[in-house]
Design a protein around this ligand. Structure first.
Ligand SMILES: Cc1cc2nc3c(=O)[nH]c(=O)nc-3n(C[C@H](O)[C@H](O)[C@H](O)COP(=O)(O)OP(=O)(O)OC[C@H]3O[C@@H](n4cnc5c(N)ncnc54)[C@H](O)[C@@H]3O)c2cc1C
Length: 387
């Protein structure tokens, strides 16, 4: 993806690739086996400024575009690593940069850019509402000069490793709002003092090493300045973050797909059975070639979506289609790679089974394939809504 762009993009790709050499498969395997957060990797990315590429130079970042962020995440994944430990710092910028006030940006962005503050948590999903975001139950009630937050989020990844959280809550009941998407508001919450008091974080063990959690809010008081943009208009703001998230995750999927294709092609060329390399058999070779074709086609859609986002054009359809195509391409490439490696694909030391498990997530999160098809069917093609 983005291979024919200017030198600076290529320089980013090359220097991220070099950084990833210090974090080989053994490193990721160890984190996975111990369900450990890859602190050293995240620190290295922060120290080199890669996590703050989207923050404008005026606030201490590099002021680059989403394309650059895509290249960083794609390269991490193609190198065998996993950007999920820190990608939220990039996609939350879709909400904060576009809709945060000047004083919020001055207050938070320089410290985030300097690596002194971590904005890694994005609290949207709730246990009872699932994908139906307008039915979330977490509330933020106005009280004097602030808000009081009550409710529960689920799957809030990296909350234990973040100082700040972008949170979606209801400031007006759904029933009392003109549209279901009205009455939702976005807050930038400082977790540092609150955790262990009015915020409780409970880890959730999953099939991948993802540091995901449930977060309970029990009367969390936040200042009014925590509100991003206008009260009740948060759904629109969060969509900018979600579109950025879908594009960035699409880029990670492209990196995964390329990892799988590269490893499958290399293994198929080396592994000799029945007196010849298995890749000489078209039953082995063609699925790998097909996975490559699908990954490269998906990469074009990710690139298109990033270009739309960067030029401030509406990009909901492109972001959704990019995420769908890229996640299906990486899943397909992962399956082909597993099949090519035969029994060795299951051995942890080859890193294929770990990547295969990790790649599966993106058919479900941050938005599932069905919900994307529904978006395309109704919003793009104008067919009747099913919900
Ligand atoms: C490891 C992990 C990390 C995550 N990190 C975060 C995070 O940091 N922050 C956050 O806010 N969320 C996070 N999520 C949540 C994720 O975005 C949701 O799991 C995802 O959007 C699906 O929602 P759900 O699990 O509630 O599924 P549900 O909404 O319960 O849906 C279940 C299944 O039914 C299908 N379905 C539901 N309704 C329909 C319909 N009308 N038509 C057709 N099919 C339908 C869905 O496509 C899905 O396949 C994470 C999830 C996981 C697993």
């Amino acid at each position: 993806m983005f291979t024919n762009h200017s030198d600076s993009y290529e320089q980013i790709r090359e220097s991220v690739r070099r950084l990833c050499v210090d974090f080989p498969g053994e490193y990721w395997r160890e984190q996975d086996e111990q369900s450990r957060y890859p602190t050293e990797f995240v620190q290295a990315l922060s120290d080199t400024g890669y996590l703050s590429v989207l923050i404008p130079e005026a606030y201490g970042g590099s002021g680059l575009d989403l394309k650059a962020a895509c290249i960083i995440l794609e390269t991490i994944h193609k190198s065998g690593g996993n950007g999920a430990a820190c990608h939220a710092q990039m996609y939350t910028m879709g909400t904060v940069l576009r809709h945060g006030s000047e004083s919020q940006k001055n207050k938070w962005l320089p410290d985030i850019a300097a690596g002194e503050l971590r904005l890694q948590a994005f609290g949207v999903t709730e246990p009872t509402s699932g994908t139906d975001t307008t039915r979330i139950r977490t509330t933020a009630d106005r009280d004097g000069d602030g808000y009081v937050i009550n409710g529960q989020k689920i799957w809030t990844s990296r909350a234990e490793h973040s100082d700040l959280m972008v949170l979606l809550a209801r400031t007006a009941p759904r029933e009392a709002s003109p549209k279901p998407t009205d009455g939702l508001s976005v807050f930038l919450i400082d977790l540092r003092e609150a955790v262990g008091k009015s915020v409780t974080i409970t880890p959730i063990q999953t099939m991948i090493n993802h540091a995901t959690t449930s977060v309970f809010f029990d009367g969390l008081r936040v200042p009014a300045e925590s509100l991003i943009g206008e009260e009740g208009k948060g759904f629109r703001y969060i969509l900018d973050g979600m579109n950025a998230e879908r594009i960035l995750i699409g880029a990670e999927c492209i990196g995964d797909a390329r990892f799988f294709v590269q490893h499958a092609a290399a293994y198929a060329s080396e592994r000799t059975v029945f007196g010849r390399p298995i890749g000489q058999n078209q039953g082995v070779q063609f699925p790998i070639a097909e996975a490559h074709v699908q990954a490269e086609a998906a990469a074009l859609m990710v690139e298109k979506a990033a270009a739309c986002f960067d030029s401030d054009q509406p990009c909901g359809a492109e972001a959704n289609m990019a995420k769908l195509l890229a996640s299906e391409a990486s899943w397909r490439a992962g399956d082909v790679c597993m099949q090519t490696f035969g029994g060795f694909g299951f051995a942890a030391e080859y890193n294929i089974e770990r990547k295969f498990r990790e790649a599966r997530l993106y058919r479900t999160a941050p938005v599932s394939t069905n919900l994307i098809l529904s978006h395309v069917g109704t919003h793009v093609l104008g067919m009747p809504k099913s919900f």
